[in-house]
Design a protein around this ligand. Structure first.
Ligand code: FPP
Length: 241
């Protein structure tokens, strides 16, 4: 029986940062860091299933990552394809439902096809919803939502926060309770900028490939201690006033 932190976040989102530095610190090429990061991602997905987390969103490739050297961009595309080829059946057996947020259009047709097949194969699974943010940017997501609302002739007075949420790539997914960023950077980096309005943040200096199940548990334990106020007052303060 796995000892579970409590209360658990329903939705965890992760900025898997530090792959490049992890590799450079070992005298390896940056892509070796992304490969090690991918192996770690596999472990963290299993940990999410074991702990009973319902939604996991991972930032795998941002709209800004196209600006990286061609070799690295191609390497990351290849990793996406490779992960689907090697892990899909196992993820399916574990009850993981794969979803994608962002734009598929700019990816090679063969990769787009694989992603769509993976989504189709797993769409009835409900143990863990895994949102892969690939060619994703938070501002782009909001721009697309506005464009879609205008196309649907939504009237100004009909626009509410709830409606905007329904036009985002993450429609139907609860906002992240916890956002984890590895490698110590203190930036949002265009990740879930609308959905993260009241998320709790956990930042660790550990590079992503080394962020193992125990580090993950530490993040969940820290979350369990947080007093979430959503701009209001905590129960203790209210009780004393
Ligand atoms: C940030 O580290 C990481 C990325 C831009 C890519 C993350 C991708 C993976 C972990 C692979 C999993 C991918 C898929 C498709 C499921 P960085 O390269 O910016 O590190 P640095 O800041 O140390 O240079």
């Amino acid at each position: 029986m796995v000892q579970k932190p409590s209360p658990l976040p329903a939705h965890v989102a992760i900025i898997m940062d530090g792959n490049g530095r992890w590799a450079i610190s070992r005298g390896l090429p940056r892509l070796a860091g992304h490969r090690a990061g991918t192996e770690n991602l596999r472990r963290i997905i299993t940990a999410c299933v074991e702990f009973g987390i319902k939604y996991l969103t991972i930032y795998a490739f941002s709209t800004e990552n196209w600006g990286r050297p061609r070799e690295e961009v191609e390497g990351l595309m290849h990793i996406l394809e490779d992960v689907i080829d090697r892990e899909l059946n196992e993820l399916h057996k574990e009850g993981v439902q794969l979803r994608h947020i962002g734009h598929l259009e700019r990816l090679a047709p063969t990769i787009q096809e694989k992603v769509l097949q993976a989504i189709e194969l797993t769409h009835n699974n409900d143990r863990l919803i895994l949102n892969v943010a690939f060619n994703y940017g938070g501002r782009d997501e909001i721009v697309c939502a506005i464009q879609k609302m205008l196309r649907d002739n939504v009237k100004p007075e009909e626009v509410t926060a709830e409606l905007v949420s329904r036009y985002l790539f993450t429609a139907g997914v609860p906002d992240p309770d916890l956002i984890i960023r590895t490698s110590g950077e203190l930036r949002v980096s265009n990740f879930l900028i609308w959905q993260g309005a009241y998320s709790e943040w956990y930042v660790t200096s550990t590079y992503w490939p080394d962020f193992d199940k125990e580090e993950f548990r530490k993040a969940l334990d820290t979350f369990a201690q947080r007093d979430r106020r959503y701009g209001g007052l905590s129960e203790t303060v209210k009780g004393n006033s």
